[in-house]
Design a protein around this ligand. Structure first.
Ligand code: HEC
Ligand code: HEC
Ligand code: HEC
Length: 443
């Protein structure tokens, strides 16, 4: 009897088996229907997909027509300096998604940035970090994407970058020069918790994609802690992501590991609140991680030797008292102090201490002391709201001041914030604000 059964080969094998037809089923396919798709493996894959924030880039925000986001169906614009790169449909739909991917195809796309047919992916997909994903985790991810994700029969818009960036073959040389493609290697000098944190940060978490500075070719200046530039702060999409090392002023030096873990779980930690592009990271990814994994990440980051530039903080009473007196006596000689009092103090308080679980503390806030003021300028112009998470407080809003304050006023109030209450960071200039307005107007 000859039966033609179409569909994925694993299904064909299963059907052949059920119908008593003899047919050769390769070992890989046999595994796919047994151990490779066990509910536990799929569940673990789902957790790892959260840790890697696949949905953060591959799920488009809902349009008016469809009120629900089509999970993992792509079509989200990822802004790069070369133009808009559209993320692709990675649901198991065989036509529009990755349903035809073998395990090898999947692992190669994630680790090397090469899709089936040899199509080279733009590094907007963080494959230089994903090259460090362990085999076990890669198999769990594959099981999840093939069996735990609902197929969506819809294609994402095609990416059309201007010449020469539309020549994908050229990425071969980029990959050769900049994508290390090295697996993660555990460091025997550190314990299991440290290594777990290092693994999550360097591979799935791809924290360096935002927090590591980039070179002229958009390449991250280091993918592991062997580089002293690793996680010393970077700018993407006009958001500056600060230093994630033990640096005291503009880094995590004065936060406890518990504060950092809480920040990742709820968007609130040490009195600081996630904002800008970090909001989405907390909402889509880190809030789902286990306490143990978050503490591992936090302790790893805090173990990294201080490096990177930025302002400092001196909690010495005198600086704080001076700022307070100048506010109370209406002495507005410090430009920006009066503006701060009228526009900002009702939430962030005159002493810059904020309100716990509501409004962030600005005194000693590493993001406020950052070397580059981009995130601060963008936030004050556009406003924002704190992450909304399962365990965190209800998110509060920061109003937009773009139409209420002039460029000079924004520069003055932020310069005040960067130098009051013991904060000591470089001033923000009118030019900084002008430039940011221009960049935001033409993305
Ligand atoms: C920071 C954003 C980002 C994250 C996070 C991300 N991706 Fe992507 N991914 C992209 C973009 C953008 C593309 C399209 C790249 C291109 O067109 O060259 C892409 C392409 C892909 C492709 C190639 C599809 C094809 O056939 O062309 C696969 C597979 C893929 N991603 C899987 C994943 C998985 C699985 C995860 C999580 C483990 C993930 N991605 C996380 C941005 C991201
Ligand atoms: C899409 C870009 C992006 C990615 C990816 C990203 N971050 Fe961030 N992160 C930011 C930005 C922007 C800020 C500054 C705003 C703020 O403080 O919330 C930030 C702030 C932070 C802060 C607060 C730092 C401070 O000094 O106040 C921590 C901690 C942090 N990120 C940890 C992480 C970890 C851990 C990862 C990886 C799991 C990660 N981030 C991935 C963009 C990103
Ligand atoms: C109505 C209350 C409110 C007012 C008024 C307000 N803010 Fe905010 N601010 C917030 C909230 C809420 C956040 C957290 C925003 C987020 O997560 O996106 C925030 C965040 C910030 C941050 C980032 C710090 C961090 O850790 O999140 C800075 C800097 C900041 N505000 C400065 C200012 C300045 C300067 C003014 C006055 C021009 C101002 N704010 C006025 C509520 C306010």
């Amino acid at each position: 009897m000859i039966v033609m059964v179409h569909g994925p080969s694993a299904l064909r094998c299963l059907l052949a088996l059920v119908m008593g037809v003899t047919m050769t089923c390769p070992l890989r396919d046999a595994l796919a229907v047994t151990s490779d798709a066990s509910p536990e493996l799929i569940k673990r894959g789902a957790y790892l997909a959260k840790a890697a924030d696949c949905a953060g880039c591959h799920t488009a925000l809902p349009k008016d027509r469809d009120p629900l986001p089509k999970s993992l169906a792509g079509g989200q614009a990822v802004n790069s300096p070369f133009g808009t790169i559209w993320s692709t449909n990675i649901t198991p739909d065989p036509q529009h998604g990755i349903g035809k991917y073998t395990y090898q195809d999947f692992a190669r796309a994630l680790r090397e940035g090469v899709a089936p047919g040899g199509k080279r992916l733009y590094p907007a997909m963080p494959y230089p970090s994903f090259s460090k994903i362990a085999d076990d985790d890669m198999r769990a991810l594959y099981a999840y994407f093939m069996h735990g994700v609902r197929p969506v029969a819809e294609s994402a818009p095609e990416t059309r970058l201007p010449f020469p960036f539309n020549q994908r073959w050229g990425l071969y040389f980029w990959d050769l020069a900049f994508a290390p493609g090295k697996p993660f290697s555990a460091d025997a000098q550190h314990d299991a918790q440290w290594n777990r944190g290092a693994y999550l940060v360097q591979s799935l978490g791809h924290c360096g994609a935002c927090h590591t500075p980039r070179g002229p070719a958009f390449n991250e200046l280091g993918y592991t802690d062997e580089s002293s530039r690793y996680l010393t702060g970077g700018t993407n999409d006009h958001w500056y992501a600060p230093i994630l090392r033990s640096t005291a002023g503009a880094g995590l030096g004065r936060l406890s590991a518990q504060d950092v873990a809480a920040f990742l779980k709820t968007g609130h930690g040490g009195g600081f609140v996630a904002f800008g592009s970090m909001v989405q990271v907390v909402e889509d990814s880190t809030q789902y991680l286990s306490e143990a994994d978050l503490l591992a990440i936090a302790s790893y980051l805090k173990s990294l030797p201080a490096s990177g530039r930025g302002g400092t903080f001196h909690a010495d009473a005198q600086a704080a008292r001076q700022a307070m007196t100048s506010l109370r006596t209406g002495d507005v000689e410090r430009p920006g102090a009066g503006l701060y009092e009228s526009a900002c103090a009702r939430c962030h308080r005159s002493d810059g201490a904020g309100v716990a679980q509501k409004y962030p503390r600005l005194a000693g806030n590493p993001a406020v002391l950052a070397e580059k003021p981009d995130s601060l300028v963008r936030l004050v112009l556009e406003g924002g709201h704190a992450p909304s998470t399962s365990y965190g407080p209800l998110p509060k809003e920061m109003p937009a001041f773009g139409s209420r304050l002039t460029d000079t006023e924004v520069a003055r109030v932020l310069t005040y914030v960067r130098t009051a209450w013991g904060n000591d960071a470089l001033p923000v200039t009118t030019r900084d604000v002008q430039n940011m307005r221009k960049q935001l107007a033409s993305p």
